[in-house]
Design a protein around this ligand. Structure first.
Ligand SMILES: Cc1cc2nc3c(=O)[nH]c(=O)nc-3n(C[C@H](O)[C@H](O)[C@H](O)COP(=O)(O)OP(=O)(O)OC[C@H]3O[C@@H](n4cnc5c(N)ncnc54)[C@H](O)[C@@H]3O)c2cc1C
Length: 408
């Protein structure tokens, strides 16, 4: 037996998923004055795993501050900014630069905090803005037609909406229900991500450090990124490495002690691994232009380069704008179609940028590796070569149309 909680009138818009993309979409819709219902599969008291996305880029902060005044300042106040970036090649520093602090009263270039914290502040902002949440409500199916979308949830409740923003993550039920496919690649080798709690008695310097071919790790590269309350280590494993030797908690304790003071091996918060994904949905909307895909429902990028959550925030703001335009009498296909093509182009840019980064991190040609070694040797004499070693692991910066991707 099914029932609709809102009688026969369709809701103007429903958001599926309360991750960072869904929460941002909900805030942006409220900013346009629209009532919004969020259907979330998890319970309200869920515990979200790991630190995941740390880096909230300046462009993302600006978008969030526009749709929810003050949210940018709240996130900046709860995050950290590092002013020093260093690159080490084996045991030799090849690049170090300290940037001036942003003048008082201006936005920082980014902020770094655990995604669970970012989501907490987004959720509070949504609650203040009057977003309606339905927790424990996994969407199990969807039908899109010329007049709107019918959503089916696990308890049999049916939601009719004029528009749906699909922010239901990498395994998106909505994307599957609408038959939207994804294309792209997945690297064979994996990275290991370890979140470590700061030791107040022995704090690590507030700087982002990338080490090529770390001598204590058998030549594996590793990056350290600070976040409020700790830091994340991203270890690039070699082809043929097995997770049992690098990605278990016990294994991580062993290698973490080689990279940072040994006491930090007892302060691990989270260990996970990922493959370099460059995967983009073949379309970001359905043929009726009623469902708009955002965030990981629409694209999957590696954490390296901070393109995931940041581009999800930009997707969500653009989707809300398209829905607001269509609901206020604009031409639906034009508004939603423009969203879909602009954000898909941004995703393709990000996907290519991730590919460029990957080609640097895992050179396919011996010549690239030789070029890196020569650049490291020459960096004291030719600083631009050290700068190249510093920049290349993250891939190209975002093009204007591709907002928003960051660089650690
Ligand atoms: C180890 C790691 C490190 C990362 N680091 C970074 C980083 O440094 N920078 C960066 O930008 N990104 C990073 N990312 C990526 C980032 O975490 C994701 O891009 C981000 O979480 C995607 O947000 P989202 O809202 O699209 O999806 P999700 O966060 O996956 O949220 C989807 C939501 O939808 C809900 N849901 C799922 N199915 C349904 C359904 N059927 N019905 C209703 N609700 C549903 C889920 O419960 C969830 O709440 C990292 C990821 C990992 C794993």
């Amino acid at each position: 037996m099914t029932h609709s909680p809102h009688g026969t009138q369709p809701l103007p818009v429903v958001v599926a998923g309360a991750g960072p993309a869904g929460l941002t979409a909900a805030l942006a819709l409220r900013h346009h004055g629209l009532p919004v219902t969020v259907l979330e599969a998890d319970a309200e008291d869920r515990v979200r795993p790991g630190s995941r996305a740390l880096f909230v880029h300046r462009d993302s902060l600006a978008l969030l501050g526009t749709i929810s005044p003050g949210l940018d300042r709240t996130l900046a106040a709860h995050g950290v900014v590092w002013h020093t970036r260093r690159t080490v090649y084996r045991d030799r520093e090849v690049f170090a630069r300290t940037y001036p602090e942003a003048p008082a009263g201006t936005a920082p270039p980014f902020t770094s905090l655990r995604q669970v914290e970012t989501e907490k502040h987004l959720l509070r902002a949504c609650e203040r803005a009057g977003v309606r949440f339905v927790w424990d409500a996994p969407v199990t199916g969807a039908e899109s037609g010329p007049d709107g979308v019918r959503l089916f949830t696990a308890d049999g409740t049916v939601y009719d909406a004029q528009y749906v923003i699909a922010a239901d993550g990498a395994r998106s039920t909505l994307r599957h229900a609408l038959g939207i496919t994804m294309s792209g690649t997945r690297s064979k080798a994996f990275h290991v991500v370890v979140d470590v709690a700061e030791d107040p008695a022995d704090p690590m310097p507030l700087e982002r450090v990338f080490t090529y071919e770390h001598p204590a790790l058998g030549g594996r590269s590793v990056m350290r990124v600070p976040f409020a309350g700790g830091f994340q280590l991203d270890l690039q494993c070699k082809d043929g490495d097995v997770p049992e030797e690098w990605a278990t908690e016990e294994a991580a304790r062993r290698w973490v002690a080689q990279v940072v003071p040994a006491g930090y091996a007892d302060r691990l918060l989270w260990v996970s691994r990922y493959h370099f994904l460059q995967v983009v949905a073949d379309t970001f909307t359905d043929p009726q232009h009623r469902v708009l895909l955002v965030g990981e429902a629409a694209h999957l990028f590696p954490p390296f380069g901070a393109r995931g959550m940041n581009s999800g925030i930009a997707d969500a703001v653009a989707a809300a704008e398209a829905v607001a335009t269509a609901l206020s009498g604009g031409e639906r296909a034009a508004a939603v179609g423009a969203f879909a093509s602009a954000r898909r182009a941004a995703a393709q840019f990000n996907s290519r940028a991730a590919g460029t980064a990957l080609a640097h991190l895992r050179p396919r040609h011996r010549l690239t590796r030789v070029r890196q070694a020569v650049s490291a040797r020459m960096a004291p004499l030719v600083p631009a070569w050290g700068e190249w070693l510093e920049r290349a692991p993250y891939g190209p910066r975002s093009a204007p149309a591709a907002a928003t991707a960051g660089r650690y």
